[in-house]
Design a protein. Sequence first.
Length: 159
Amino acid sequence: MRTVFIFVAGLVAGAAAVGPSLAQVGRTHGLSHVGIAVANYDEAIAFYTGVLGLREAYTIRRPDGDPLLTYLQLNRDTFIELIPAQPGQTPGITHLGIEVGDIDAEIAAIRASGTDVADPGLTPANARFVRMTDREGVQIEVMELGPESLQRKAMDAWR
């Protein structure tokens, strides 16, 4: 867990340092979240909320009541997404989430670069998104957090 925390802290610090230069390009807002599959969901929630002091932004549950995912808020704009690992899935970081202001324009720019990317979908939290893989195999979730998305509502409620 310590390695994951150090990695996530480095990502957040890097996003804060790089954010101003990305804003000049006008496309990417910054790091939205890091998705982590966890072997023991309850222990992970206790660690991130109790030890690290993060607050739960929201949890989406399956029809049977089991958690599908939980967003924990690091600061107003950055989250950790905890996902119960599925049978046979190795726990660890599953993806990075990048927030953009206009997903359609972002997809057009990605396609213009020669990279294949699907049309956008809707997450369970009502954010428009597309998943892609970088050249090294890292999963990236590009998201537009509209006013109805749970992420935007959590960001707007941040105090």
